[in-house]
Ligand binder design. Sequence first.
Ligand code: GRG
Length: 323
Amino acid sequence: MKRAEMGRGTVNKWDQKEFKQELCRCTEKMETIIQAYLPKEEGFQRTVLEAMNYSVLAGGKRLRPMLLLESCRLFGGDERLAEPFMAAIEMIHTYSLVHDDLPAMDNDEFRRGKQTTHIRYGHAMGILAGDALLNYAFETMTEAVEIAKHLPVEEYYTTLERILQAQRILARKSGIYGMVGGQTVDVEATEKQERLTQEKLDFIYRLKTGALIEGAMMAGAVLAGASPDELVKMEGIASKVGLAFQIQDDILDVTSTVEVLGKPVFSDERNQKTTYVTYRGVDECRRLVEEISGEALKELSALDGHQNEFLRQLLIWLISREK
Ligand code: GRG
C-alpha cells in the first residue's frame, strides 16, 4: 500500500516489508534534504566547513528529522516548511555527537562506522565543527521564513508565529533545560564516579536523550498548527519514546557488536557509567522498553482524528532497533 493511499485518519496497517521499503525511501529523502542545507566548502575557513559536512554526512539513522516530518504530517502540515527544521535538527544532533566523542567527554574514535570528527580533523577542529553546526542549525531554521513568504498573506503571519515557536522549542530542548542540561549531570556524575539514584538517572535520560526527540515531535506538530493541548500530548509521547530509545541504547551497548553499531561496545562500562542495565539487567530492560513504548503508542493512537501509520511503525522500529 502506497503512503498516498494512507491519508490522515486511516488506520490501515502496513506489513514489515512495506514499512521497510517506506523507511528506505524516507531515509533517502532525509539525505537529500539534509545535503541541500549543508554549507559549501569554500573560503579560508574551508576546513571547518569540511569537518561539519564530514560529521553530518557520516551516516546515521536520521531519526530526528523523520520524527519531525512525520509529526508535521500527523497534523496535516506543509512539508516544505518542515524541511529546514529537519536539516537543522540533524545538525544539532550531530554537533552533540561530535562534542560527546571528544577526549574531554567520551573519548571515542569511531562513530557511525567512521573516524570521529576530532580524530579525522584534530581536536580544535572537532570543537569548532560542533560549535559551527549548532550555530548553523539556527541559521538554517530561518530559511523557513523564505518559504513562508510565498504563502497567501492571510497565512503568512500565522506561519511566522509557528516558525518562531518551533525554533524556540528546539532551542530549549537542545539547551540547558534539555540536552546540554542532561549531559552536564551525566558528565559530572561520571567524573565523580557517582552511583546514580534512579531519579537522577531518569533526569539524565529525559534531558540528554529524550529532550531532542521531544523537540523533533513538538516542532513538527507546531509547524502544522497543533493546538497547545496536542503539543503537551506530543511531548508526553516523545518523552516515553526517548526513554525507551535510551534504554534500548544501553541494552545494545552490552549485547551488540562494533560492526553492527559502527561504534565501540561496552563504552558505558569503560566510562564507568551507571545505566538502566546496571540496575535492572538486560532482561528487565527489554521488558521495560516494551512497556514504555507500548504506553507511547497507545497515547499516539488516542490523538483524536490524527493518525499516521508510518509514524506508529517508525516508533516501534526505533525502539526495537539493532543499531
Ligand atoms: C555534547 C551537549 C552534548 C550532548 C551530548 C547525544 C549526546 C549528548 C551524547 C551521545 C551519546 C549518547 C548515548 C546519547 C544518547 C542519545 C543517543 C542514543 C544518541 C545516538 O543517536 P542515534 O542512535 O544516532 O539516533 P545516529 O548515528 O543514528 O544518528
